[in-house]
Design a protein around this ligand. Structure first.
Ligand code: AMP
Length: 504
């Protein structure tokens, strides 16, 4: 398994990012191309802007990252230092020059799969693949030698910045052995990081003043336990449906019109392979029927489900969703067809008689940005409430593997125009889904509540409140609360292991 998968990291390779820019013919790509083809380094400001943009993405901040091919100059290393972005380990693979030159000169790329071969060390599996392999333009002997010289100078320049975290590994061995060494280095770094962060002060089951928020909520019974057991019991599901419903009703009754529910219990977390569409649909039904009971006409909308927009862009998890909605039991009073309608996402769906809209897990899919359809729809909805259930509106890589940047600010601004009326997420240690470290919960109009999961001596577990926040806390705020540190310390980007695993 690749290291990044094994450790739950984001792989950031400047060479790959640059090649993607070159292949799309972007402005950056056109600038970088000459340097790359000549085997020279691309100017620092181009590469640094690209890397820091990528590092500022939420996934990199929370999961941690593996930087590949960066920093390659003193200035690049300093740029990271200035941003307080520090790796935990700096791995140097030590390989004699002649071996490196041979590895590059014999290297071939499969343009169809992106897989990298070597003519003698790792030959292609079939003649067909062999026939389509291409060398990298900068892999000629002459260019490799020049790259190696530049590399040596730069490696020396970087040495001082990372001297105390540098780990040298003999790279002139079978790749399994090299891999095993890197793996053990990273595991060790991870253990050390965990040790530091789990040295948590004893938890006091305090009732802070700000905790009044939870006690003032109707029927709130505390976070259910055994949340790593999937499928969740009916009781657990009902707890969450009810929790979401109350918060959503409070927000709508307060006249809020652009709302989002983000609930990431394990069976509703799209990053996990147990994503249960049935649970999502039940949640949607509870909310829709409750508003319908109040006499509102609710339209439940699924992306692409009626062929509007690009059907091809429909996210995998939503396949078949509309069918499920159609076949669901919508109560004895025939709410569906009168008070509850099912439709798709887009301006055409907004009818005069609709009172509110529930959008089921709208998300950007590769090659299809849902935001334009949503924007048209919310414009048409005017002051009527639009509630997003588990939206995923972050930028996705385009098919070229890089983020599409055109209109990005507008898209992000639009996505941010929806306020959370409900948020629930389990917190884990980096790269793991077990054990559960705690939970973060917010229900409108109250703040964010941070809970720690503790084992109870008699067996079982419970969640105790650690802290509350008026705004959504960052990973650092959460880490600090778990460590018992005071608030508002200087903000730092997460290091190699964002302590928390994919929090937001
Ligand atoms: P790689 O795939 O890492 O060997 O990178 C291929 C080419 O991309 C290099 O020869 C450089 O021209 C360019 N490049 C990659 N990373 C950097 C960097 N950090 N600084 C400058 N140029 C880079």
């Amino acid at each position: 398994m690749p290291l990044v998968l094994q450790f739950g990291l984001v792989h950031i390779s400047t060479g790959d990012l640059l090649r993607a820019e070159v292949s799309t013919g972007s402005e950056i790509g056109n600038k970088a191309k000459e340097f790359m083809n000549a085997g020279q380094l691309v100017p620092d400001e181009i590469v640094t802007a690209m890397v820091t943009a990528r590092l500022s993405h939420e996934d990199a901040k929370t999961k941690g990252w593996l930087l590949d091919g960066y920093p390659r100059s003193f200035a690049q290393a300093q740029s990271l230092e200035n941003l307080k972005i520090r790796p935990d380990v700096y791995v140097v693979l030590d390989v004699p020059d002649e071996i490196l030159i041979d590895r590059c000169v014999g290297r071939r790329l499969d343009p169809e799969t992106g897989k990298i071969y070597h003519l003698t060390n790792f030959p292609p599996e079939t003649e067909e693949i062999k026939a389509r392999l291409v060398p990298r333009p900068d892999d000629t002997e002459e260019k490799v030698k020049s790259r190696l010289e530049i590399y040596k100078q730069n490696a020396k320049a970087i040495l001082s910045t990372y001297a105390n975290i540098t780990k040298k590994i003999d790279g002139n061995r079978p790749k399994e052995m090299v891999f095993a060494d890197i793996e053990s280095l990273l595991s060790q770094a991870k253990r050390e990081k965990m040790k530091k962060t789990t040295a948590v002060k004893p938890v006091h089951e305090h009732k802070s003043q700000s905790n009044q928020a939870s006690s003032s909520q109707d029927n709130w019974k505390g976070i259910p336990t055994r949340l790593n057991n999937i499928p969740h019991s009916r009781e657990i599901r009902n707890y969450f449906y009810d929790d979401v419903l109350q918060a959503t009703q409070r927000a709508v009754n307060d006249g809020r019109t652009r709302l989002k529910v983000e609930i990431n219990i394990p069976e509703l977390n799209p990053e996990m392979d147990v994503y249960r569409i049935g649970t999502l649909m039940e949640l949607v039904r509870v909310i829709a029927l409750s508003f319908a009971d109040d006499g509102k006409r609710v339209k439940v909308c699924v992306q692409g489900s009626m062929g509007e927009g690009a059907l091809a862009g429909m996210p995998l998890q939503l396949a078949g969703t509309r069918r499920i909605l159609e076949f669901m039991d919508w109560g004895d009073y025939g709410a569906k067809g009168t008070f509850v309608e099912i439709g798709s996402i887009g301006a055409n769906e907004v009818d005069e008689q609709d009172d509110m809209f529930i959008l089921v897990a709208p998300q950007n899919a590769v090659g299809n940005c849902i935001i334009d359809d949503m924007k048209a729809m919310t414009d048409a909805a005017g002051t009527r409430p639009v509630i997003l259930i588990n939206p995923r509106l972050k930028d996705l890589p385009g098919s070229s593997g890089i983020m599409q940047t055109m209109g990005r600010d507008k898209r992000l601004e639009y996505a941010a125009s929806f306020e959370n009326c409900y948020f629930f997420r389990l917190l884990y240690y980096a790269g793991t889904q077990y054990p559960i470290m705690g939970a973060l919960r917010m229900t409108y109009p109250y703040g964010y509540e941070l809970y720690k999961r503790v084992d109870v001596p008699s067996g079982g577990e419970k969640y105790v409140i650690l802290s509350t926040f008026t705004e959504k806390p960052s990973s650092d705020d959460i880490n600090d609360a778990f460590l018992g540190k005071p608030r508002n310390r200087e903000k730092k980007a997460s290091g190699f292991w964002g302590f928390l695993s994919s929090v937001f």
